[in-house]
Write a protein that binds this ligand. Structure first.
Ligand SMILES: [Zn+2]
Length: 351
């Protein structure tokens, strides 16, 4: 099979012919039909995660995967209802099944977890083995290139906004800011409407084309942050919605200057949910954080149930997509575009 693999840090991926993987008895062999390209893949290549975990090579990136069941292991439970030819999506965070996070369903934060796309097998190849409990069957009529991005870009902000909702931070009298309208943010504005309970949704980004997508996908107001101070933004906010503060923020970017601005704009008892990883530090003043009783939510990827909910929304036709289909041969040039933030929506490899 064809695979685009990483053999060392800081080098382009190598397209090569490798053997189709074997499966264990509790696994399913998935034939990849679409794989989304994530900025995380660039960070993986650039060694962003090295201080937390070292990679071993060769590594096949690609953690946003939709595919077809090609072969089913002998110990896969019959009750799963899986059959060869079924369309499936992958839940990305695979836990070890022993810890309390796994037991409560949050396998994506297991301390001994594994992730497709961060080891030998990933979506940048034609096949990969998957433990059957991390597959969700999806209607065959849904398009693979729209399903694949939903397993991370369309899942991560969903969980992040659920945290705001479950904390009571959203409702008709609240203003919800969506920071960064890249791959994740284009979904976040839609979930802001679906889960916001009537909150006013304001999208913030630098790029006018990305802001136009946010407006199209349901943001009540869009605000460009390019070359603007917090005071400028506060004024615009006031004009747009009658208050110069945000009651909640879903941050799909994670750029240090945006985080600082976000906390300057946060209202008393405001909630900040962080899912984007553009920067690698948070530096905010402590006194307002304490005195104004801010709540900060780290939110990582999503679990099986989060993805099931996203798939239900997709099946109901409630999610819109901005997809740029590409071929596996175009993977390296698109990694470069991701690095500079020059992809509108999601680049998705079609097989
Ligand atoms: Zn675990």
């Amino acid at each position: 099979m064809l695979a685009a693999r990483m053999h060392e840090y800081y080098k382009p991926l190598i397209l090569e012919d490798v053997p189709v993987p074997d499966i264990k008895a509790d696994e399913v062999l998935v034939k990849v039909t679409a794989a989304g390209m994530c900025r995380t893949d660039v960070q993986l290549l650039d060694g962003y995660f090295r201080k937390y975990v070292e990679s071993s090579f060769p590594l096949t990136p690609g953690h946003e995967i939709a595919g077809i069941i090609h072969k089913i292991g002998s110990l896969v439970p019959k009750n799963s209802g899986f059959e060869e030819g079924d369309q499936v999506v992958l839940v990305g965070g695979w836990g070890d099944g022993t810890c309390r996070h796994c037991q409560s369903g949050n396998t994506q934060i297991c301390g001994h977890g594994a992730w497709p796309g961060f080891g030998p097998y990933g979506g940048y190849s034609e096949f990969l083995p998957v433990p059957s409990r991390y597959l969700i069957k999806v209607d065959k009529r849904l398009k693979a290139e729209e399903l694949a991005p939903l397993t991370d870009a369309g899942l991560t902000p969903y969980r992040g906004i659920k945290k705001l909702r479950d904390a009571g931070a959203l409702g008709p009298d609240r203003i919800l800011g969506v920071f960064g309208i890249g791959g994740l943010g284009a979904y976040a504005v839609q979930y802001a409407r679906l889960l916001g309970g009537g909150a006013t949704v304001i999208a913030f980004a630098r790029n006018p084309e990305k802001l136009a997508i946010a407006k199209d996908y349901g943001a009540d107001h869009i605000i460009s942050t390019k070359d603007k101070s917090t005071a400028d933004i506060r004024k615009e906010l006031n004009t747009a919605c009658g208050q110069g503060q945000l009651d909640a923020i879903i941050d799909c970017a994670g750029a240090p200057e945006m985080i600082r601005m976000g906390f300057e704009l946060l209202s008393t008892a405001g909630h900040y949910s962080s899912v984007g990883l553009v920067g690698d530090q948070i530096d905010i003043p402590l006194f307002p954080f304490v005195a104004r009783e801010y709540t900060f939510h780290g939110s990582f990827w999503g679990n099986y149930n989060d993805l099931s909910e996203v798939m239900a929304l997709a099946t109901q036709g409630k999610i819109r997509h901005t997809v740029k289909p590409i071929t596996l041969e175009q993977v390296n040039e698109n990694l470069e575009l991701l690095r500079t933030g020059d992809v509108l929506g999601r680049a998705v490899i079609r097989f």
